[in-house]
Design a protein around this ligand. Structure first.
Ligand code: AP5
Length: 225
């Protein structure tokens, strides 16, 4: 399956991506994870990206678009992929669509996770990351997925926070970009929604308010429908 997963920062994209790739074996490509790994590794890409990520700005399109289009050509993508965090604006959506057409690659599904901005913000600020798997659900503000003391509730691993999760101004900027339906991420979502019928793409919306298990159930039911 070739799939794009869209949702506000904190909507639960990483959490759902983990569940989806376990079902169908496609590879998760998270733009944020690729960029953070580059920052941690001190690569040229990481040095360029860091300032943008810290401030909640998008890393420029001339960096991210070729980075993702090249990634899609790698061998592990042949059996399917799930894009988590790309496209992030209308330009990225158009460029991705053009590139897929050129490579004769059919996009199967676009998922839009709907979530109120304040809930998304609370989820970001309470998120804790497990050293063994970033997508193990852990959140200090949500009873159902509260960490086990200072350890991961799934595997007991060490927990940490993301720097860009604790800066409210940066979070607001990330959300402004997401909820911009003219040029931002919602514009990218609507770009695909508007061409879905003519291109045979399934456009699925998910209610992101529900709990982790409920969102997964909702998704499975919609995929089977
Ligand atoms: P990125 O890493 O993509 O971050 P993001 O979009 O801000 O999304 P998050 O990872 O914060 O949230 P998520 O939706 O995955 O939520 P999660 O599942 O963790 O991007 C970071 C930065 O990189 C950007 O700001 C930008 O600078 C740069 N960048 C990335 N892509 C780019 C691009 N294409 N172009 C340019 N720049 C780019 O869930 C959040 C929390 O809620 C967790 O604690 C989780 O356990 C919990 N949770 C999840 N689901 C539920 C649920 N159903 N109920 C209750 N709690 C839940």
């Amino acid at each position: 399956m070739r799939l794009i997963l869209l949702g506000a920062p904190g909507a639960g994209k990483g959490t759902v991506a983990k569940q989806l790739t376990a079902i169908d074996g496609s590879v998760q490509i998270s733009t944020g994870d690729i960029l953070r790994a580059a920052v941690k590794g001190g690569t040229e890409l990481g040095k360029q990206a860091k300032a943008y990520i810290d401030k909640g700005d998008l890393v420029p399109d001339d960096i991210t678009i070729p980075m993702i289009l090249d990634r899609l050509k790698e061998d592990d993508c042949k059996s399917g992929w799930l894009l988590d965090g790309f496209p992030r604006n209308k330009n990225q959506a158009v460029k991705l669509h053009e590139a897929l057409k050129k490579e004769n690659m059919k996009l199967d599904i676009v998922i839009e996770m709907e979530l109120d901005r304040q809930i998304a913000k609370n989820r970001i600020m309470g998120r804790r990351l497990c050293v063994n798997d970033n997508n193990h659900p852990n959140n200090v503000y949500i009873d159902a997925i509260k960490p086990d003391g200072d350890k991961c509730r799934v595997c007991g691993g060490e927990l940490s926070k993301r720097d860009d999760d604790q800066d409210e101004a940066a979070i607001d900027k990330r959300h402004n970009i997401y909820y911009d339906d003219k040029e931002g991420t919602l514009a990218a979502a609507y770009y695909f929604r508007d061409i879905a019928d003519q291109e045979g793409i399934r456009y699925i919306t998910l209610d992101g308010k529900a709990g982790v298990e409920e969102v997964a159930d909702q998704l499975v039911k919609k995929l089977e429908a």
